[in-house]
Ligand binder design. Structure first.
Ligand code: ZN
Length: 469
């Protein structure tokens, strides 16, 4: 397949026949070797473009053992240094507000988005109009694979702010031709109103976070509404948290709503962030839509490519971005990747467990790496679990780390009920045994009543690390 123009332009009016499995069958089902040639061509264009239009990249690549204006192989490409969030932050501080990796004149920035800045200064994304069109095209194509069709109605139940997740979901669903309901989140009693509206207008698809879906279900039940019988949601697509690929969380959401769950999302900086995405056939995990954003899977220490079937850190590169291209951007996620056939027929590599471990979220207790997603999986598979939990890590002066898991439990086993103390001792022991077996570290379990912990409408923060280093 010869592609003449870079960056590509797309026909804004194109939509496949509703019965089609694919948005672009040729691109999505081609032989991997053929796709690799196409990717390499676009990598060459993208890198040369950044080199010619960005003083930042020219400086950053000054010592690279390759000619950025003439990338001919993946080996050439891998000579370029890896870019991290700290690089972006420092560059934006030195050259505010966008940094010199903005490759278009300032007046061509159509939208500003950014990170929340919860861990350090926020970083800003300047997105040009032509990139916005390509993001819409990419998200429409991927939402099509998730099973979204023009006769669907999508409710977006995440906050509309500088956070790009909501806007990216809306943009793709609109481009695909679905009816969109940008409902938002975060205002007082907005979830109660979401329950009312979902019961009233009956959207068939929902975008948000897995935490929000569980919160919505709990709110609905409290209002006497059954999310499975009284709603009509057949598809939920999520980003921002790993929950959609955590087996027990996913099962709970699918059973609660009677829907199919699709896990999505790379990073805000990498928008179109949907290029990691499940499809309407995949039971969990995500395909890597490598012809839109190229993902290398690298060893976290040696930075060498890891073979299929093993874990690596995804390192992403835009292939069709003109405003702020990210080239070899380090994600900090850890994921197993593989090449395995899917019933959808797409020939992309797959992350079978999704992005279940974020290196940032990982806690190390007595030398053992622990991912909160693993603990969540165990807890949600247990019938006594009350819906939320917290991990408390502590260390007394000169002593060992201690891990306490505070677990909400259903009222039947919570201490204080009739017969409670016996049941609760058994429950406590069962939780501790199951968790210890799964993570290999001794821990203490404290039972808490259902509703003890705040339900989040966004991303849940479940780790409290009290250690001083
Ligand atoms: Zn698939």
């Amino acid at each position: 397949m010869v592609q003449i123009h870079w960056p590509p332009t797309y026909d804004r009016s194109y939509v496949p026949e509703p019965g089609s499995e694919y948005w672009n069958s040729q691109a999505e089902t081609m032989a991997p070797a053929e796709r690799e040639a196409l990717i390499l061509g676009n990598l060459g264009h993208q890198v040369r473009y950044a080199y010619e239009n960005s003083a930042f990249y020219r400086e950053f690549w000054g010592d690279a053992g390759t000619d950025p204006s003439n990338i001919k192989s993946l080996d050439d490409f891998r000579q370029l240094p890896i870019l991290t969030k700290d690089h972006l932050r420092q560059e934006q501080e030195a050259h505010p507000p966008f940094g010199r990796y903005l490759c278009v004149p300032r007046e061509r920035v159509m939208r500003i988005h950014g990170t929340s800045g919860t861990t350090g200064n926020p970083t800003l994304f300047g997105i040009g109009e032509d990139d916005w069109d390509r993001i819409a095209e990419a998200h429409a194509r991927i939402l099509w694979s998730a099973g979204l069709r023009p006769d669907d109605m999508v409710i977006v139940t995440s906050v509309f702010s500088a956070y790009i997740g909501s806007w990216g979901a809306l943009l793709g669903a609109e481009r695909l031709g679905a009816m969109c309901f940008p409902f938002g989140a975060g205002a007082p009693e907005q979830t109660e109103r979401a329950v009312d509206w979902i019961g009233y207008v009956k959207p068939t698809a929902l975008y948000g976070t897995p935490s929000y879906a569980l919160y919505l279900a709990a709110t609905a039940r409290r209002m006497g509404i059954d999310p499975r019988k009284d709603f009509n949601i057949r598809l939920m697509f999520f980003s921002g948290e790993p929950g959609a690929s955590i087996p027990s969380t996913r099962k709970e959401i699918e059973e609660t709503f009677g829907c199919h769950v699709v896990d999505m999302g790379s990073m805000a900086e990498m928008t179109p962030w949907m290029t990691n995405s499940g499809c309407r056939h995949l039971k969990r995990g995500m395909h890597l839509w490598n012809d839109i954003v190229y993902a290398e899977m690298l060893d976290p220490d040696t930075k060498a490519p890891t073979p299929p079937g093993t874990e690596g850190v995804p390192v992403y590169t835009h292939l069709e971005r003109t405003s702020q291209p990210m080239i070899r951007y380090w994600s900090g996620d850890l994921a197993r990747w593989d090449i395995e056939p899917c019933a959808c027929g797409r020939t992309y590599p797959t992350l079978p467990d999704g992005l279940s471990g974020r290196v940032d979220d990982m806690i190390i207790v007595r030398g053992q790496s622990i991912f909160p997603s693993k603990i969540e999986d165990i807890l949600r598979s247990m019938p006594e679990f009350g819906g939320e939990f917290r991990l408390i890590v502590d260390r007394e002066q000169g002593r060992m780390d201690s891990l306490t898991v505070q677990v909400e439990v259903v009222s039947e086993v919570y201490p204080g009920k009739s017969n409670g103390s016996e049941d609760s001792t058994l429950a406590e022991r069962r939780f501790a045994d199951e968790l210890r077996r799964a993570i290999g570290v001794g821990l203490k379990v404290e039972l808490k009543p259902e509703g003890e912990f705040e339900r989040t409408q966004f991303k849940a923060r479940r780790i409290i690390d009290k250690r001083s280093y």
